[in-house]
Design a protein around this ligand. Structure first.
Ligand SMILES: C[S@@+](CC[C@H](N)C(=O)[O-])C[C@H]1O[C@@H](n2cnc3c(N)ncnc32)[C@H](O)[C@@H]1O
Length: 206
């Protein structure tokens, strides 16, 4: 099962240079597109080890980290207790099944949505938890042909059609701020280098 995969991967998740560099680029892109304010309460959804949330935490007041993987949240707990006491909270939670506690001025997510079967349900819950004036920044794969994760991977969405994602967010009452391409993954498939762009779409709740 997917949680077991992430539980196993958690302890070594931050040891991949490529992943850390990609995260830095995405976090800088979020800082460019979203006005971060010291009073904001943030949520990093599908946070993994918290790479994205911890990159932004110094710009806001408090960051909550949510993930279904206990192993991933354990890594968040270790970092939070060591470096961010009183400024971070964490929950092992499947928001689609259990809902979400609290309201946020900032909701960010990186590479988590394509793992969630019912994305409409997840985004409905997230948009309801966003305060008026708050920002949602979602980064994920653009639609691909399934080769990014490779054969046998248990992935409900081979990326997303960006127009479709924007329409869904608009239908939830959010207003588009921007959509950019902060990063392009590169991978050799059958001897050829292929590109797998990531989109970053930022919406605001008025
Ligand atoms: C590819 S990892 C990305 C982790 C992190 N955002 C990063 O960029 O390093 C996807 C994460 O989504 C989490 N996830 C999958 N389904 C989820 C759900 N329904 N609710 C919350 N988190 C979920 C997984 O446990 C995993 O940690």
């Amino acid at each position: 099962m997917i949680d077991k995969y992430f539980d196993r991967a958690a302890a070594e998740w931050d040891q991949q240079e490529y992943r850390l560099n990609r995260l830095k680029v995405i976090a800088r892109a979020m800082e460019r597109e979203i006005p971060l304010i010291k009073t904001m309460k943030g949520l990093d959804f599908g946070c993994g080890t918290g790479l994205l949330g911890f990159s932004l935490i110094d710009k806001i007041a408090y960051m909550t980290f949510v993930d279904t993987s206990e192993g991933m949240i354990e890594q968040v707990r270790l970092k939070a207790e060591r470096d961010y006491a009183g400024r971070a909270g964490w929950q092992v939670r499947d928001i689609v099944a259990e809902g979400l506690e609290g309201c946020f001025d900032l909701i960010v997510s990186n590479m988590a949505l394509h793992h969630i079967p019912d994305v409409t349900a997840a985004l409905t819950i997230l948009s309801r938890a966003l305060n008026r004036g708050g920002y949602m920044g979602l980064c994920d794969l653009e639609r691909e042909d399934g080769t990014f994760h490779g054969e046998g991977a248990d992935i409900p969405h081979p990326g997303f059609d960006v127009d479709g994602m924007e329409s869904l967010l608009s239908s939830l009452g959010l207003e588009k701020v921007s959509t950019t391409t902060p990063f392009v993954n590169r991978k050799v498939v059958e001897g050829e280098e292929r590109e797998y762009p990531l989109f970053l779409t930022v919406f605001r709740k008025n």
